[in-house]
Design a protein around this ligand. Structure first.
Ligand code: 1GP
Length: 236
């Protein structure tokens, strides 16, 4: 089954999904083997690979190795078109809906087309919404955009709904990697009630309780990056 269809099916069956985010900037090919063994022992259902500013050359090699050692679907989470690897299973084709920078609304997407047309990646249109989280995050810095007000859940929901109307197949509420404060639970609920496509939530989630709370608030898929990076036993 296609990755997206499986996420939709999980949502309809109220099965929550969990993605571990790997930032290629912080990984070496050498350390990957042990890391994947560890990932295979966690409840993760997906692996996301990407970062705001990665410009290295070892992405293909890393993903090939990942694919050899795990059966979990590997989805690219690219900060720009240079972070697309044909070795992955799919790509979150992101539109930064919270920002007003045309580069991240359409230009990167256009530039990615010749690369995407050459390979078989499953392309999943994703409305990406950055929420203010206490201090400036890498997404904010790199994209030169402002996040949405964390106290205005209704505007976040309206933004998410616009994404759905445009045709986004997923909505990703993002506090930013390593965020001081995760997306407010009340905002997750407001957004989840307003949209019908699956809802991804990530950024600043540091405990298993926070993961559960995000699920209970309405997240269909939670993304964990920093907490697992800092402690490979996080899920034990
Ligand atoms: C970042 O949502 C992800 O895009 C994960 O964030 O690193 O804070 O877990 P963390």
């Amino acid at each position: 089954m296609e990755i997206y269809q499986a996420i939709v099916q999980s949502k309809s069956q109220k099965q929550k999904r969990l993605a571990i985010l790997l930032d290629p900037d912080k990984l070496t090919v050498e350390c990957l083997s042990d890391l994947v063994t560890k990932i295979n022992q966690t409840p993760a259902t997906h692996i996301f690979v990407g970062g705001s500013s990665f410009e290295g050359t070892h992405l293909d090699e890393m993903i090939l190795l990942l694919k050899q050692k795990t059966s979990l679907p590997v989805l690219l989470f690219p900060g720009n078109p240079t972070q697309i690897s044909a070795q992955a299973d799919g790509v979150l084709f992101l539109q930064l809906l919270s920002g007003r920078n045309p580069e991240y609304l359409i230009e990167h997407q256009i530039n990615a087309v010749p690369i995407l047309e050459k390979n078989q990646l499953e392309i999943i249109s994703t409305g990406y919404i950055l929420i203010e989280s206490g201090s400036e995050t890498a997404v904010e810095r790199v994209s030169q955009t402002k996040p949405l007000d964390r106290n205005n859940a209704d505007y976040a929901a309206q933004t998410a709904k616009a994404g759905e109307f445009i045709g986004n197949k997923l909505i990703y509420l993002e506090a930013g990697s390593g965020a001081q404060k995760a997306v407010p639970l009340s905002m997750i609920t407001t957004v989840a009630q307003r949209i019908s496509v699956p809802l991804i939530v990530g950024g600043g989630i540091r405990s298993k309780k926070q993961i559960e709370d995000a699920y209970n608030a309405g997240a269909d898929l939670v993304v964990i990056g920093t907490a697992f990076e800092n402690d490979l036993n996080f899920f034990d």
